[in-house]
Design a protein around this ligand. Structure first.
Ligand code: ATP
Ligand code: MG
Length: 580
């Protein structure tokens, strides 16, 4: 185990160190009882039954029986507490890890999310943390118990009869070797099952998600065949699990009985001394049986530990990477953002030297509205990303109200910018919560925001109005209705800068009119930036910026640009002709 993995484990367990110590102490107490039980029975057999001393022995037998029952009750009570406490360690650690990962994810910059795919992140949060859970609730807490009982058994055996102990322990290498081989095979089979399951899961998830597409293209039959192929693969993978799982107990039982036979043979054929009586034979065979579980468990645990260590490293590689975190603490908060935005010779590349913005300069005065126009991939959304400070530029300056954007407090900056994305995300929460978006906003403001965003009719048409719970990702709402909700979000927050990435989806004329009304209201007194896909919306803006390949090729208002006869004017005449 690497040194820093060890430190990470220590860090995880440290808050629960007292519970770990308690669990270990309880485990050792359980071991002592487990060791004492065969010894008690041996006493009854050797001292009372074997010597036929019932008269004297009645008291002894009664005492021993009573002690035995007390031990069994105590053992079970202790075992209950031990499990409860062990699970609580694992549960608390998984709780901490998931929260840490989620907190990191929320604070991580967009670059991190570009780099780490969401599926991977999901595995880290859900399944890697489960591995760590198993480590702490099963392995760590049983390890001390298993070691202690093995040492105890071997010591007592040697103490009673060295020769018989050695003979009994002959089977140990057999247990270790066969258990090792079978566990290896089982783990391999398990990995295959896991892979087949992941494939099957992905297939089903994708198929359910893309069910409409399949219908549209009439591919049900092909999908059915693919499904059969995947389920067959899964079946093939899971088959070996069955017989291996049956083989393991059978093999162990065989070795166990071999061990017992050796003990009986040794006693009967007087290979060991004559002092061995039936009580001792009973004790040795029981101890031998008691050794199987801990040995098996320890061998199985090797794999669990390996998996958990890999998972811990994967998790911590994420949460210890501070380069990907956004800094919300430092930076200036201005009195009130007026909304002047300047780009001064900005050069920007997502990846080294692949320049997406090349020497871009423009100014937007407070309260002005501008539109970004350009072919696909020209850099419109990149400009939006930079104003939201999702990325750091390589050269030049972005200045808001005279302050460099990278000197402004990030939380404050984002609070003052309201962005409407093309396909607004709708949570499976009430409409009201979707508008509030985890902010403290009173009902009055929400009502006003709904009114201003022209979403009143739409919301009133829902059975439960503002309290209606949205279905997954707002699937039952139209693109236009989702946009209206997104507008209500912005009205409720009232930022100084408003960015709209116009929906490309077709929106019916009535909703489009409603949206236009909202846009007009929102852009009043606010600096507004439109990433425009439909030219009709931008005819009235103060300035149109035309981008091509990351460079500004034209700037001006609609009349100026049409008159100049450049790219925009050709775009506009094409659009105009299509209307006629
Ligand atoms: P569209 O009209 O199609 O939405 P756009 O003008 O909004 O296009 P951008 O999204 O700004 O274009 O993309 C500009 C260029 O940057 C594209 O070539 C794109 O491939 C690249 N790009 C965008 N996002 C990233 C990213 N996260 N990592 C790397 N490259 C990116
Ligand atoms: Mg875009």
């Amino acid at each position: 185990m690497k040194n820093n993995t060890w430190n990470r484990i220590k860090k995880m367990v440290w808050p629960y160190r007292k519970t770990v110590v308690l669990v270990t102490i309880i485990a050792i107490l359980i071991d002592i009882i487990a060791l004492a039980k065969p010894y008690l029975i041996r006493l009854v057999i050797s001292e009372c039954l074997d010597k036929n001393v019932y008269g004297k022995g009645i008291v002894t037998v009664t005492t021993i029986s009573f002690t035995y029952i007390v031990f069994v009750i105590l053992e079970n009570i202790l075992d209950y507490f031990n499990r409860k406490k062990s699970y609580s360690i694992g549960e608390n650690i998984i709780f901490d890890l998931r929260n840490k990962l989620f907190k990191y994810m929320e604070k991580a910059n967009v670059k991190f999310h570009d780099k780490v795919p969401s599926g991977k992140l999901f595995v880290r949060i859900m399944s890697d943390t489960e591995d760590v859970y198993t480590l702490f609730s099963d392995v760590v807490t049983t390890f001390a118990k298993d070691i202690f009982i093995l040492i105890g058994i071997i010591t007592i055996m040697i103490y009673i009869s060295f020769k018989l102990a050695m003979l009994s322990l002959i089977v140990i290498p057999l247990i270790i070797i066969s258990s090792y081989i079978l566990t290896k095979l089982l783990n391999k089979a398990f990995t295959n099952v896991k892979n087949a399951r992941t494939k099957l899961n992905t297939f089903f998830a994708e198929s359910i998600y893309g069910v409409k597409l399949i219908k549209v293209f009439n591919r049900q039959k092909e999908k059915q065949e693919e499904c059969e192929k995947n389920t067959t693969e899964f079946l093939e993978a899971i088959k070996p699990m069955g017989y291996l799982q049956g083989l393991l107990p059978a093999t162990m039982s065989l070795i166990e009985n071999l061990g017992i036979s050796i003990i009986i043979w040794a006693v009967v054929s007087k290979v060991v001394g004559a002092e061995i009586d039936v009580g001792i034979v009973y004790m040795f065979t029981t101890y031998l049986k008691n050794m199987f579980d801990p040995i098996n468990r320890m061998i199985e645990n090797v794999e669990i530990v390996e998996e958990a260590v890999t998972s811990i490293d994967k998790i911590y590689e994420i949460i210890e990477d501070e380069d990907c975190l956004e800094n919300f603490e430092t930076g200036k908060c201005l009195d009130k953002i007026k909304g002047k935005i300047e780009f001064k010779n900005v050069w920007f590349a997502y990846e080294k030297d692949n320049w997406i913005l090349k020497d871009v300069s423009f100014t937007i005065e407070p309260g002005q509205s501008i539109a970004l126009v350009g072919k696909t991939g020209s850099g419109k959304n990149t400009i939006q990303n930079l104003i939201n400070r999702f990325y750091t530029i390589q050269q030049g300056e972005i200045i808001i109200d005279g302050v460099n954007i990278y000197d402004i407090n990030l939380e404050y900056l984002r609070k003052n910018i309201g962005t409407i994305l093309q396909d607004p995300f709708i949570y499976a929460k009430s409409i009201k919560d979707n508008i509030k978006l985890f902010n403290e906003i009173d009902d009055e403001t929400i009502k006003e925001a709904v009114e201003l965003s022209s979403a009143t009719n739409f919301i009133n048409s829902l059975d439960n109005g503002l309290d209606e719970i949205a279905k997954e990702r707002g699937n039952t709402f139209s693109a236009g209705q989702k946009q209206l909700l997104a507008f209500a979000r912005i009205f409720a927050l009232d930022p100084s800068i408003f960015i709209l990435d116009e929906a490309t989806a077709n929106i019916d004329t009535t909703t489009e009119e409603l949206i236009q009304k909202s846009v007009d209201k929102l852009s009043k007194n606010k600096t507004s930036i439109f990433i425009a896909h439909r030219l009709a919306t931008i005819v009235n803006v103060d300035k149109i910026i035309v981008l091509s390949n990351g460079e500004i090729i034209e700037q001006g208002n609609h009349e100026q640009l049409v008159k100049s006869g450049g790219y925009y004017s050709s775009l506009y005449s094409a659009y105009y002709n299509s209307l006629v």
